[in-house]
Design a binder for this molecule. Structure first.
Ligand SMILES: Nc1ncnc2c1ncn2[C@@H]1O[C@H](COP(=O)(O)OP(=O)(O)OP(=O)(O)O)[C@@H](O)[C@H]1O
Ligand SMILES: [Mg+2]
Length: 500
């Protein structure tokens, strides 16, 4: 009787609302449980293991050393590729190492861990097996037999191509300098790591122009087939010209950084003759940037044992060993006095002018050097620029750096320097002298009818590349000594004042 009452549908009606509510709450709790714990991850893992058991696999071993205990380069390349995959974080154990830069952390697959990769819709597994005894590792690739023929070769090619890309990205850029020829000595280049901090982005220039240079470099890198089809040497030449201190050498550093190319800085005064110059070019590697600074000076003074035709042949790059991926950069203070054959399209593809500062370049410098976006003295500075006065970014930059503890003082010093420049211009014009250098400051971009683009832009220069590198190192040391907390405080105070 009692039982019948309990089971009676009248006492416990199948209430659909209640059932739905229980289902919703139940599903929510299960979902929370799965997402809050590693249950979902484990379920996926078990499912994959189960699925794997229904397939037949082919295994490939890539040992770290060959039978003569020489390193297997393929192992090194594949291992680098595997450690670049995001799935390296999903293995149960991953080693953490500090990278080249102070904040970099490199993830490295631990021994006996498995890593999943996918390629053309197929899943492949790598196991980093540690062999007992000699401590060497072997990478074991596991591919489903049904996918083997379809993906093995393209997959390995993909791994090797990815390795090349990773290497080129982390490659240390070197600065090579030619030495005086010595008997009994074969190599003519000595090199140092090139750690110059300049980039194309840090140059004070019109941003459109910077983007144009970047896309020109990128387009060049992608045009191997095109150059081959035309029967042309795969090279591109740039001329950077403008007054001293306008940033030409700094920009060369930025270009090399952008390309991750080694720099070969040719000092023509150390070249014995035309043959020696050919030899130097033959000893450069591909994917490099060949730089000749102050070419106009060498050509005008004929201070070198190298003839004009020697220079022209060098510029054409016909003696380069592999004829591959060369960027040549020449700097000049002015190109008016230079033989037009040196500058003809094809020999120089892109002309970039670096003029003196205008007001807009000055504002960029004030922002980067003093942290000033606005200041009550800016209108006065603008007025002086309008009179035609100008200085190089190097000159203005130096004034700002040495007065960085007081932005107002820095601006006053810039005004005085500009006024002095303006007065000397007036005096010079009175005695009929012509001042050299552009005072326009604005960048202009002109297309040459041919392949190149002519660019006019602002910046001032310092001497040679090597000196520039040394200069930076000295100035950064100076900075760390001078910048004490009082200075920072003063500077902050002044900035507040100027904005108010
Ligand atoms: N446009 C610029 N942007 C940023 N910094 C600049 C610029 N122009 C000059 N400078 C600074 O001025 C200094 C001198 O620049 P750089 O040596 O590149 O000039 P340059 O044109 O090569 O001079 P030179 O013709 O005398 O060799 C560097 O410290 C550089 O940082
Ligand atoms: Mg220079």
């Amino acid at each position: 009787m009692f039982h019948r009452t309990i089971l009676s549908p009248i006492m416990f009606p199948a209430n659909p609302i209640l059932v739905s509510a229980i289902l919703v709450v139940g599903s929510f709790l299960i979902f929370r449980l799965l997402s809050r714990t590693s249950l979902l991850f484990n379920l996926k893992k078990w499912w994959r293991l189960l699925e794997d058991n229904f397939h037949v696999y082919q295994f490939y071993k890539v040992p770290q050393f060959n039978e003569h205990m020489q390193e297997n380069q393929l192992h090194r390349k594949i291992f680098t590729y595997l450690n670049s995959l995001p799935s390296v974080e999903d293995s149960d154990f991953t080693n953490l190492f500090s990278g080249n830069k102070s904040n970099d952390i490199n993830l490295v697959l631990d021994s006996n861990q498995t890593l999943l990769d996918t390629f053309l819709g197929a899943r492949v597994y790598w196991v980093n097996e540690k062999l007992a005894g000699n401590g060497a590792n072997t990478l074991v690739l596991k591919i489903r037999k049904k996918d083997k023929r379809r993906i093995l070769r393209p997959y390995i090619q993909h791994v090797l191509a990815s390795f090349e890309e990773i290497e080129s990205r982390k490659k240390e850029v070197k600065l090579h300098m030619n030495t005086v020829p010595e008997p009994e000595k074969n190599g003519r280049w000595t090199s140092v790591p090139f750690t110059h901090p300049a980039t194309i982005d840090t140059a004070v220039m019109d941003s459109d122009l910077k983007n144009k240079v970047k896309s020109d470099l990128e387009a060049f890198l992608k045009s191997k087939q095109y150059y081959n089809r035309l029967g042309k040497v795969w090279k591109r030449s740039y001329l950077l010209y403008g007054p001293s201190g306008t940033g030409k050498s700094t920009f060369v550093a930025g270009m090399a950084k952008f390309l991750s190319y080694d720099i070969y800085d040719v000092d023509l005064s150390k070249v014995a003759d035309d043959t020696d110059l050919k030899l130097l070019l033959l000893q450069t590697t591909n994917k490099s940037m060949i730089v000749i600074e102050d070419l106009d000076r060498y050509l005008a003074a004929q201070s070198t044992a190298v003839s004009l035709s020697g220079v022209l042949n060098f510029m054409d790059g016909i003696f380069s060993c592999c004829g591959e991926e060369r960027v040549m950069v020449f700097t000049m203070n002015g190109k008016d006095q230079v033989d037009p054959t040196v500058l003809r399209p094809g020999r120089i593809d892109v002309h970039i002018q670096f003029p003196l500062c205008d007001f807009s370049a000055f504002k960029n410098l004030a922002n980067s050097h003093l942290g000033l976006k606005e200041h009550k003295l800016f209108p006065q500075v603008e007025e002086i620029f309008q009179t035609g006065a100008s200085l190089s970014p190097a000159e203005i930059g130096e004034i700002m750096i040495s007065n960085r503890s007081s932005p107002t003082r820095a601006l006053k010093s810039v005004i005085t320097a500009l006024q002095t420049n303006s007065d000397s211009r007036v005096a010079a014009s009175k005695v009929g002298q012509q001042l050299t250098g552009s005072a326009s400051g604005r960048s202009v971009v002109e297309e040459t009818g041919d392949t190149g683009l002519f660019c006019r832009e602002s910046v001032h220069t310092v001497r040679e590349f090597r000196k520039l590198y040394g200069l930076f190192r000295r100035s950064s040391r100076k900075e760390s000594i001078d910048l004490d907390s009082n200075e920072k405080e003063n500077s902050r105070h002044e900035r507040r004042e100027s904005l108010g």
